[in-house]
Design a binder for this molecule. Structure first.
Ligand code: FEO
Length: 407
């Protein structure tokens, strides 16, 4: 791939990770992801963020640098917005090839540069609002945005073009192949990247939502004309769209999220499964969208987006050896870690021979501010009574969600 010109002297250099790879070593990426570096050229040249040292990806970035055309030995400044290794694991080798590089980063990032990469020299620590003049009108300013995504994170703003290099913020999954800008996307592609942004947010950023809200407030002081994130498309026609999307994703934490219901169910021998269709029917009677996911067939990284977006959750799980069915325990533990808060919730499931799933669920969710309606639980196989309850409780949960979302 060639570098993509954003405006005079500013280039996006996307490198795609493939769908068979796992992001952060755990998240499935059915549509891959791009890792974007940027070049800003004045009299001096800066590169903003790098790429993960995996699967030949650094060679792809080098080829894109050469395509500008630019000799990487002529890069003067390395701006490090964020030290997570998807952007920095190639940094030691890049520095070895370009020992003249001067690093610009926050104080916390400098500590991580030492611990992750063993680099302590040529380091310039920047503070909020500091600037770096590249010449020819290109001026970079630095803005600390802690915890979007790590504590050391900052964003870089090129003042003459109004381009915000936002690193993880405003990013999405999804490879960049033929389209790189929001104004070049078809309606279908917009929907694709919108869904990929939500799933990326739910997987990577969700637990830092308070900081996202705070960061967006702080960025409102900047005259942003272009959002250039480190993952996903560049927003140059309507940057407000992705800013507003992220603001809304962050609000989901405090609730209410959207008036939708996500059903996540698991079953050992089909006894818990028998209630699923009646539950879904009950929700639909109230006219709400319902998203159904089976565990463990579907990875928590996929269903997390749906759960994050929905104001209502319905969880189906049998008891397994006096506790929750283990694949669901993993999902619930991930919800706890990702702060999936403030939901209306219904649980259903076979108690097997003993019960115990409810006890573990109560423990795992005690800090999530979930409001439960009466569960549906039975010993062994469900009967007509439970099937009728599935319909009525699905409907009852949907009504609760509607009330919650109308306030
Ligand atoms: Fe794309 Fe938090 O790294």
């Amino acid at each position: 791939m060639k570098a993509v010109k954003i405006t005079d002297g500013i280039y996006c250099l996307p490198v795609n990770l493939e769908s068979y790879q796992l992001f952060e070593g755990m998240w499935p990426m059915p549509n891959g992801i791009s890792i974007n570096s940027y070049i800003v050229q004045g009299d001096k040249t800066a590169i903003i963020d790098l790429v993960e040292d995996t699967d030949g990806k650094p060679a792809e970035l080098e080829a894109e640098i050469h395509s500008i055309p630019l000799d990487q030995k002529n890069i003067d400044y390395m701006i490090i917005n964020h030290m997570e290794p998807d952007h920095t694991s190639w940094l030691p080798e890049f520095y070895r090839k370009n020992p003249q590089l001067q690093f610009y980063l926050t104080g916390k990032a400098a500590g991580l540069l030492k611990s992750f990469c063993g680099i302590e020299e040529n380091v310039h620590i920047v503070k909020d609002g500091d600037t770096l003049d590249l010449g020819q009108g290109k001026v970079l300013s630095f803005h600390e945005t802690p915890n979007i995504h790590w504590p050391e994170t900052m964003m870089t703003f090129e003042q003459s073009s109004g381009t915000l290099f936002s690193c993880d913020a405003f990013g999405s999954y999804g490879k960049l192949e033929r389209v790189f800008f929001d104004d070049r996307l078809s309606t279908e592609q917009h929907t694709f990247f919108s869904n990929e942004a939500l799933r990326y947010y739910a997987n990577i950023v969700a637990s830092f939502s308070t900081f996202v809200t705070r960061g967006i407030e702080k960025l409102s002081a900047l005259d942003i004309k272009v959002i250039a994130p480190s993952h996903g498309i560049v927003w140059r026609e309507n940057p407000k769209q992705i800013i507003d999307s992220y603001a809304r994703f962050a609000e989901y934490m405090n609730g209410p999220a959207e008036a939708e219901v996500t059903v996540i169910w698991s079953s050992m021998y089909g006894n818990t499964e028998k209630l699923v269709s009646n539950i879904v029917q009950g929700v639909r009677k109230e006219g709400l969208p319902v998203h159904v996911h089976r565990v463990p067939d579907e990875h928590v990284g996929i269903l997390l987006a749906s759960a994050w977006r929905s104001a209502g959750l319905i969880l189906g799980m049998p008891t397994y050896e006096y506790e929750m069915f283990p694949p669901m325990a993993w999902v619930l533990d991930m919800f706890r870690r990702k702060k999936v808060l403030n939901k209306k919730v219904l649980r259903f499931g076979s108690a097997g021979w003993s019960g115990g799933a409810q006890r573990e669920l109560d423990k795992l969710t005690e800090k999530l501010k979930w409001e439960f309606i009466d569960p549906i639980e039975w010993m062994g196989a469900p009967g007509e009574h439970e099937l009728d309850l599935a319909l009525s409780q699905g409907q009852a949960l949907a009504r609760q969600v509607k009330d919650f979302c109308s306030k």
